[in-house]
Write a protein that binds this ligand. Sequence first.
Ligand code: IMP
Ligand code: MG
Length: 444
Amino acid sequence: MKKPKNKKGFVDVVVGLQWGDEGKGKNIDELLSNGVYSGVARFQGGANAGHTLKLGNITFIGHIIPSGCLQEDIELYIGNGVVVDVVSLITEIAQLKGLGFNVAPRLYISNRAKLVSYLHPFLDQAEEHYRSKGGSKIGTTARGIGPAYSDTRARRALLLGDVLLPDFEQKESNLSEFHMNLLNMYREKYNFEYSDEKIKEAREKWLRAIKELKKLQICDLSFLIQKKLSEGKNILAEGAQGVMLDIDFGDYPNVTSSNTLPGNVCLGLGIPHTRIRNIYGVIKAYTTKVGGGDFPARIQDQKLEKLFQDAGQEFGATTGRPRMCGWLDLFALRYAISLSGVNKIFINKADICLTDKIKVVTGYKKDGKTLKEFPLYLKQVTDVVTEDMPGWGDKNYGVNDKRKVSKELALYLKYIKNKLSDLKVDIASVGTGPDREHFFNWDN
Ligand code: IMP
Ligand code: MG
């Protein structure tokens, strides 16, 4: 008997190429509306992410639910590489229901994903408190990401699939006891204060969410995705954060606790690398960073930085913190592209340009010497090399046709493409405003 043919479904990947907040949600939404994909999958990170999605007059900010939740026919996957904040998950499902989107029937969560426990955010704060003694807070989102990944590596984390097993209560109680011992250590040795009342509240909320979680579709997601692919269906893998926050290749320790690089898609979903097709990278026309650590491309003129912050609404979707704003950093971008193998980039917020002269960072210097390789620590960078470009003010807001782009922005796009020519990347599309139709295609 002939074996049935294994059809060639593929996985495309979208990652941020800067420090997160590149506006990936909008591009993912755009890609999903093309009818190419049947599902969208998160493969790393947790509720530290914040994607703002707009549909008509609906605005939804998701942290853990994959973007694509506003498209009825798209399946939503949360992979084994994700640390799942159940309270956020259940809250988002309820919020979406309130907006008229019943996502639960099309949401599938890996039984191998890890649970963020109610004590992880407290441990996150304790660790920040400890680090602040040495003057070096990371400025985490306080969502318990670091502690959840630490537990994963230490092999004591709770798996999503555990909630359905008879020994869950015992496992949970053992882990909570361990966490309380850690918190008490931070209290006794490092004067970290926590409130028993707040812990009690968090526990109750968490247990309620776990009850709801049990009603959701928890499954062997790798098996499910492989089945879809062999049926010829295509899937989009959605990165959270950005390449510059990757735990191995970002500016350690000012990074998140997961690998944000596309190389992690295979491990975070359980698929072979042979299924990966396109890798899309997302950037903004300028750069932002939130949290601690160095940021060489930062705009030095504080008034101008504030203008970018306000015009670009550069305040964290998860924490509300103002983001530092910088010029486009081509040195960091080249590093990010070469690590991720991106073949197409999306450039967002190209409408935001406030001056008639802008800068682009093209190199980093250390003690007067131009660096060839990306430095081990960004704090080693003593100066940056910049080039001036003409700005375009507010001329390009809402432009949705390549032919209507101002000559300064056209020059900027050609300049970027030229600077990246050896890396062979195309500029797929350019965003010019918050709405779905606010973009134009550039290289194709
Ligand atoms: P964590 O991921 O909460 O541990 O935070 C580690 C670092 O990554 C901090 O500097 C955060 O500000 C940053 N970070 C985490 N998630 C995001 C994101 O979605 N966008 C931008 N920065 C993020
Ligand atoms: Mg964000």
